[in-house]
Each structure stands twice: as structure tokens, then as C-alpha cells.
Design a protein around this ligand. Structure first.
Ligand code: GLN
Length: 484
């Protein structure tokens, strides 16, 4: 089975042609995962029983000539911070090692009713905090393009699973870049929707004003298909909104040509890897050949984005992670000889249940929120966030879409940045401003099918106006046709 050539729509067509059954595909995939994932480490757990049951259900529906949706039977990988009822959900944290989810996240419910198949839960940086998947409490995922490199993070397991053909597509979550950056590192498309476009109900919260769930796929079209399915208002997430995305899969070239593209000076600065600049310029040339107008713009507060993100995000992390106090979710026995006081219990369970980076962010977060420092850090960062948002509001008066690199470098070596958190944090330089502003953005691979051997993938980013996913997905789909 040529798993690498499947996209969601080609899978659907061939399924309707009865070229294979879903069960065959699912069984082939599990067999393949058994060997391939020994070197990649993308999955934390597999959902064999559920996947087989769902596969059989779709096969029966097809045999009875019932209508099935475009996602029917599509084998997906799900980041392990998204709840699937009755299955283990760890967020790659030891403190949740034995936690079994008691309900489905809204995105899962929606994909379930579209009859998608969930193959397993994928590795991530603990609670989605990181840019390399090295902060997982369980294992380090490798980049399928070069096993000595990271797949990016925090949705590194999801990206590696798709890039290694161990799933057709995946869901990740993006708080400061965690869908787009691993997408870029693994030669895939990663879409971070507008804040509020997709329900966060059932996503283990990292930083609630920044988190969004998004698809990681092989093509822009696949990202659009998945996004359309998971988007929409949800009564369980009061920040979610309804928006019609009818045109997302069939925008016309005439409409796309009316979109003006902005090039932000501040995103093409010194210190970016030469290959990234070359790659993004190459993508821009291709997009120019579609006859779109380009224009230079300014986003003057970009230089404050990383500092602002690394104050607001840990503040929210410290509040959200307070529930993991070491009693309710701990996998450890509550009473043991050595633990005499409640304080000892907290120290022991949190100390061994939470990793170094998680503890660092909880400490940073409680510090910036503490009496005497609140105004100097948290309140100031909120003001800076407004300025960053406002840069985009102003820019979008002149242009419709903004283009930039997704990351300053291609995938880096495992271990290269673990000792230096600051250089790790800088990986988010082009992605975290978008979360601060709540905008939609997509990372698209440059030169997808034409990588020289030994070459690592590179992604470019398209940023849209709020709820204008159709614009970035539309340009992306036409770009992709030129690349094919
Ligand atoms: N790399 C960023 C961080 O470490 C983004 C994480 C994310 O988007 N979940 O916070």
C-alpha cells in the first residue's frame, strides 16, 4: 500500500472505488507502526480496538452504499493533550501517567461523527511546553527526515507520525507555534486557526488565551478539510464562535488575486539561517507568479513579542496547572510511610510528577503574578500584547495576508538547545506574535517534493485577518498546485 501518496481526498476517492477496505488500511498501518515507530517514537499509546471497530463500521456503511463523509475511515493521530473518552491522556506528563479521560474533546466528538479513525495518541513536550518534544516525560521523538534532529514541538509526535506515514493526518495544539513549527520541521502543513474558531473543550489547557487546536497534514487541502470539520461554536467553550467557512475548499483564482500580501521588514532580520531566507524568497517568487501584489509593511513591536509571550504564557500556565497539585491526578499512592504531612505529599508528587521545564514555567508564572511584581511584569506584558495586536490591525489596513518564515532555522539536533532555554524560546520568534494577536496562520513547506538528499524541510508562514482562514488556505492551495 503506497501510504505516502495518500491525501485525505485521494484516500476518499480510492475508498469509494473499493480499492481497499478501511480495515485493511488500519491493520497495515498498525503493522507498519510496530516497526517504524521503534525508531521515531511518535506515539505514546495506540488505540487498536477503537480503530478496528470504527474501521469495520465504515466498511459496513460502504457495503450498504450509505453516504460517508470525506473523513470516513481516515486514519488520524491525536496529540496526547486532547481527550478521547475512556483512553489514557497524559499530556506527556508523569503526573498524568495513569489518567483515563472521562469524556471526548469537542474536536474528537466532531471527528467521530465524521467517522474518522483514531490510531493513537502522540508524544509532545510536557503539557505542550517546548519546541522540540524533548520535554516529554516519556520519550524523545525523532525527525523522520534525520533521526539525529528534533521533529519540533510541542506537537512533535503528531508531525513525526504524519511525516513517517504512520497516520494520514493529525491534530496538534498551538499556543506559541506548536502546530506550525513541527509542521515546518517535518515538511508538513500546520494550521493555527483564529482564536475562537475551534473549541478548546477537552484540550488540556496550557495558556487559555493563546491555545488553539489545529491540523497537521500533508497538503493545504487536507488542512482545510480537517479545519472545516472541527471549527464552530461550542456551548462548552464560551470563547468559541460560529463562522461560515463555505469557501474554504473552492476559492477561485480571481478572488485570490485580489489579496495583497505584506512582507514585514521585522521578520527578515539578521540571524536567520540563510537557507530559510532562500526558501521563503523562493516561495514568494512562486506566489508572485500567481499575480498577487506584494508590499512591504511594518510590525514595529515584533521585537517585544518573545518577552511578552514568556510572561503571559507562564502566568496562565501557573494558573492552569494549579489543578495538578499532586493529589487529585497523581499516579502515586497517597499514603506511604515516608510521607508524613500534606506538604511532603505535595513536594513528593509534584517534584517527581512534573518535569524541569514545567516547574520552571510554573515558578516564572507565579512570580510575574505575585504582589509587587504584577504591575512590573504581567500588567505591562498585557499592554505590550495590545501594541502587538495593534501592529497587525494597522498592517491589515494595507494588506490582506502577511508572509514570513515559520522558524528562524530548520530542524536542529537533538540535545542542541536543551541546556539553553533562551535559544529554545527563540524558535518561537515568528509564530508566538500570531497567538498573542489571536490571528490565523499556516505553515506551508517550501519545495515539498523536491528536497535534495540530506536537505531538511523549510516552511513559510501565511498570516490572515481574524476568521479569514479562507485567504491563507486559498493562497496555499494555489501555491501547492504550482509545486506539484
Ligand atoms: N514553543 C512554544 C513554547 O514552548 C510554543 C508551545 C506551544 O505552542 N504549545 O511555549
Amino acid at each position: 500500500m503506497d501510504l505516502e501518496n495518500f491525501t485525505i481526498s485521494s484516500f476518499h476517492k480510492r475508498l469509494l472505488n473499493k480499492e481497499f477496505s478501511v480495515l485493511e488500511i488500519v491493520q497495515t498501518l498498525f503493522k507498519f507502526i510496530e516497526t517504524r515507530d521503534k525508531e521515531i517514537n511518535a506515539y505514546l499509546s495506540l488505540l487498536k480496538d477503537g480503530a478496528v471497530t470504527e474501521a469495520e463500521r465504515v466498511d459496513i456503511a460502504l457495503a450498504e452504499n450509505k453516504f460517508v463523509s470525506i473523513l470516513a475511515g481516515v486514519p488520524l493521530a491525536i496529540k496526547d493533550n486532547i481527550l478521547i473518552n475512556n483512553t489514557k491522556t497524559t499530556a506527556a506528563s508523569k503526573i498524568l501517567e495513569n489518567y483515563i479521560a472521562s469524556y471526548d474533546a469537542t474536536v474528537i466528538k466532531k471527528l467521530r461523527s465524521a467517522q474518522a479513525v483514531f490510531l493513537g495518541k502522540t508524544n509532545l513536550d510536557e503539557f505542550a511546553m517546548g519546541a522540540s518534544t524533548e520535554n516529554s516525560g516519556f520519550k524523545i521523538t525523532k525527525n523522520p527526515f534525520d533521526l539525529s534532529c528534533v521533529p519540533g514541538g510541542s506537537s512533535g509526535g503528531s508531525a513525526a507520525a504524519v511525516a513517517a506515514n504512520m497516520a494520514l493526518a493529525a491534530l496538534g495544539s498551538d499556543t506559541g507555534g506548536s502546530v506550525r513549527q513541527p509542521g515546518a520541521f517535518c515538511g508538513l502543513v500546520g494550521l493555527k486557526p483564529t482564536y475562537g474558531a475551534v473549541s478548546r473543550f477537552g484540550l488540556i489547557a496550557m495558556a487559555s488565551s493563546l491555545d488553539q487546536i489545529g491540523p497537521i497534514t500533508k497538503t493545504v487541502e487536507d488542512a482545510a478539510i480537517l479545519f472545516k470539520e472541527i471549527a464552530g461554536k461550542d456551548e462548552f467553550d464560551s470563547t468559541s464562535v460560529n463562522h461560515a467557512y463555505d469557501e474554504i475548499l473552492n476559492s477561485s483564482i480571481d478572488k485570490i488575486r485580489k489579496l495583497r500580501i505584506g512582507i514585514p521588514k521585522e521578520y527578515f532580520i539578521g540571524g536567520i539561517d540563510k537557507k530559510i531566507i532562500e526558501g521563503v524568497e523562493q516561495a514568494m517568487e512562486k506566489i508572485k507568479s500567481l499575480k498577487l501584489e506584494f508590499k512591504e509593511i511594518n510590525l514595529p513591536h515584533t521585537k517585544y513579542a518573545i518577552s511578552c509571550y514568556y510572561i503571559i504564557m507562564p502566568a496562565e500556565v501557573s494558573a492552569n496547572l494549579a489543578r495538578f497539585e499532586g493529589v487529585r491526578y497523581s499516579s502515586m499512592p497517597e499514603v506511604e510511610e515516608k510521607v508524613k504531612t500534606l506538604r511532603d505529599l505535595y513536594f513528593r508528587n509534584r517534584g517527581s510528577g512534573l518535569g524541569v521545564e514545567t516547574r520552571r514555567r510554573i515558578l516564572l508564572g507565579t512570580f510575574v503574578l505575585s504582589h509587587g511584581y504584577y504591575d512590573a511584569y504581567y500588567a505591562k506584558a498585557q499592554k505590550v500584547r495590545e501594541l502587538i495586536k495593534n501592529d497587525f490591525v494597522e498592517a491589515f489596513k494595507e494588506v490582506d495576508v502577511i508572509i514570513s518564515p515559520t522558524t528562524p532555522t530548520p530542524a536542529f539536533k537533538i540535545g542542541e538547545k536543551t541546556k539553553d532555554p533562551l535559544s529554545m524560546y527563540l524558535s518561537d520568534i515568528f509564530t508566538c506574535p500570531i497567538n498573542l494577536a489571536g490571528l490565523p496562520a499556516i505553515s506551508i513547506p517550501v519545495k515539498k517534493y523536491k528536497l535534495d538528499s540530506g536537505e531538511l524541510p523549510i516552511g513559510f508562514q501565511l498570516i490572515g485577518k481574524p476568521f479569514h482562514e479562507a485567504d491563507i488556505l486559498g493562497i496555499g492551495q494555489f501555491y501547492e498546485k504550482l509545486e506539484a
